[in-house]
Ligand binder design. Structure first.
Ligand code: AGP
Length: 609
């Protein structure tokens, strides 16, 4: 869950590597380092803290040379210190390694190396790799790297340089994302395209068990046994501008305000309003809509915010496709020996497409013969390539660690899939109503975003509170979970989401005048029920913030604050009701002085289990 970047070319490496790290910082930001290989030696600079701290420490004294590697870290083994920061060296300081992933047998390997006389300086699993390569080194770097990796158990994306083989960068992948950037007279290695898109949009995605050698003549790829591989060069669809903040103070706010466009892009060329259905080319290869009858069970699996979107998908698919649906936390699902077979359809959701737990759940499902479909944002990512087929949500790069636009696009993609799969089931009229409502969403989101200042005012009232409760029913129960998660992860306030009726079974004991309770209460089938839940909270002195539909004055007498959203079809309400919750969390975090785009202890994609 770290960020790796490497460069070999004609330009000075250090400025390019530091800029690449800045673009990858959302992947991990507790320590960083860079190594440049030149004049027969390695010049390594590393420290705890953010990239800006490393740049300040280096100042004008940049390491010189046109070959190097760099790393920004999310600590798994060993605290975020300068010693544990990457790159890591061997004893002779002539091999440097950066690594993203976990070496599961590092303990055994470390012991073996120490028995051979190696002295390891850090607490990390990664340093073991530098010493293993040293131990295996014979004639050239790539063979030593390959030999070392064949002793390793676990996940890795690595880049290696050595002053013993000073015109070469070696990279390899198993379980952690890694791509090559193919430029003019420049070659890059990176954890994702954000680090290279300023220089090239031509990339090669490495797969598990693959190794690449980059030198002054070009690049070549092989498996770990040295058998050559021919890899396709893909073109990244977005450019640098897309990953700039574009005048917004934070990526999170920019991405919240991009939602009218990102939701529109998710539906582009797919929504068939008149027919009340959707055209999903990405599914036609492995899940033609009429095949749905083959399946007696749908399992949605994901983590975090994607899991909340999946839960909404469960409600949609059960209501319209009339098939039993379950939503599973990927991390639990994969170890639970789930009952799956060829009549099971597994749908995996992931913004990054690199979440290790979700990837492992996919592998588990495929081993059991299930059909696996993915709903992913990052094109070419591991989950997209591991699934039998899938739907890209086209929300564009999401840099803010707190997921926002990916969530609304995931819910819209699930609505499209529901229309696509329920062409066989009645009432068809309902599908046409949903299709029309989908079309109106982008403008309706725009109307809510126009209330940003009002919501910021509300945040001023509550940003010092220590606890929050979020309550919803039906389609809006997962929105309560998502609202609570957004507040937790960026403002560090303890918050919980619940099905509103669950309150009476315990959590209502928490209610007093210091407990803000956010009700997601748009009009609909369960509105009257949630109204009585609001009454129960008010009766115990709770502060009520209500998200409801325009024109509903009933809550005026009960709620302390009301934010209204436009009316839409019940199954699409989450796309609208979540927006005020994203903004509320954002403004509360800003008012508390939190680092909104890089919240403590988190990273954008969780590539380790
Ligand atoms: C959400 O704001 C968090 N960043 C996190 O919960 C995230 O949703 C989770 O890690 C899953 O990530 P994915 O969608 O990239 O798989």
């Amino acid at each position: 869950m770290c960020g790796i970047v490497g460069y070999i070319g004609t330009a000075e490496a250090a400025p390019l590597l530091l800029e690449g790290l800045r673009r990858l910082e959302y992947r991990g930001y507790d320590s960083a380092g860079v190594t440049v290989c030149a004049n027969g030696s390695l010049d390594t600079r590393k420290m705890a803290g953010k990239i800006v701290d490393l740049e300040q420490a280096i100042g004008g004294d940049l390491p010189q040379g046109t070959l190097g590697i760099a790393h920004t870290r999310w600590a798994t083994h060993g605290a975020p210190t300068a010693t544990n920061a990457h790159p890591h060296h061997n004893g002779a300081d002539d091999i440097a390694v950066v690594h993203n992933g976990i070496i599961e047998n590092a303990g055994v390997l470390r012991q073996k190396l120490e028995e051979l006389g190696h002295e390891l300086r850090s607490e990390t699993d990664t340093e073991v790799l530098a010493h293993l390569i040293d131990e295996a080194y014979d004639d050239n770097l790539e063979e030593a790297v390959a030999a070392a990796l064949q002793q390793v158990e676990g996940t890795y994306g690595i880049a290696v340089v050595s002053s013993r083989d000073p015109e070469k960068l070696v990279a390899a992948r198993n379980g952690s994302p890694l791509l090559l950037g193919i430029g003019d007279h420049s070659l890059f290695v990176a954890s994702d395209a954000a680090a290279v898109v300023e220089h090239t949009r031509d990339v090669v995605y490495l797969d598990d068990g693959e190794l690449a050698v980059l030198d002054r003549e070009g690049y070549r790829t092989s498996d770990l046994r040295g058998s050559p591989l021919t890899k396709e060069v893909s073109r990244v669809s977005w450019d640098l501008g897309t990953i700039e903040r574009g005048g917004f103070p934070h990526y999170m706010l920019k991405e919240i305000f991009e939602q009218p466009d990102s939701v529109r892009d998710t539906m582009r060329g797919r929504l068939l309003v008149e027919q009340g259905t959707a055209r999903l080319g990405g599914l036609s290869s492995c899940l033609p809509s009429q095949d749905i009858a083959k399946y007696n069970r749908i399992v949605l699996t994901a983590c975090g915010t994607s899991w909340h979107a999946a839960l909404i998908g469960e409600y949609m698919l059960e209501e319209f496709a009339r098939i039993p649906v379950e939503t599973e936390y990927a991390s639990e699902f994969r170890y639970r020996d789930p009952v799956l077979d060829e009549r099971s359809l597994v749908i995996a959701l992931s913004q990054s497409g690199e979440t290790a737990d979700t990837l492992a759940a996919i592998r588990e499902a495929k081993e059991k013969g299930a059909r696996v479909v993915s709903i992913v944002n990052v094109v070419g990512s591991s989950i997209a390539r591991a699934a039998d087929c899938g739907v890209y949500i086209h929300a564009g790069p999401e840099i803010g660690v707190a997921s926002t636009k990916a969530f609304t696009s995931q819910v819209v993609a699930l609505a499209l899939i529901t229309l696509y799969l329920s062409t066989q089931s009645e009432p068809l009229q309902e599908q046409a109503t949903v299709a029309k409502a989908l079309q109106q969403l982008p403008d309706q989101i725009g109307q809510i975003l126009a209330r940003n200042e009002e919501i910021r005012g509300m945040a001023e009232r509550y940003h010092l509170n220590k606890n929050f409760l979020y309550l919803g029913r039906g389609y809006n129960f997962p929105v309560a979970l998502e609202g609570a998660l957004k507040l937790k992860e960026i403002s560090y306030i303890h918050a919980e989401g619940y099905p509103a009726a669950e309150m009476k079974h315990g959590p209502i004991a928490l209610i007093d005048e210091n407990m803000p309770v956010v009700f997601i209460a748009p009009q609909g089938r369960v509105y009257q029920k949630i109204l009585s839940n609001v009454e129960e909270v008010k009766a115990r002195g709770g502060r009520v913030i209500a998200i409801t539909t325009e024109g509903n004055g009933e809550l005026d007498r009960l709620a302390d604050h009301i934010v209204t959203v436009p009316t839409t079809h019940e199954m699409l309400q989450p796309v609208l009701t979540v927006i005020p919750l994203q903004l509320l969390a954002y403004h509360i975090a800003v008012l508390r002085g939190c680092h909104v785009d890089q919240p403590r202890n988190l990273a954008k994609s969780v590539t380790v289990e």
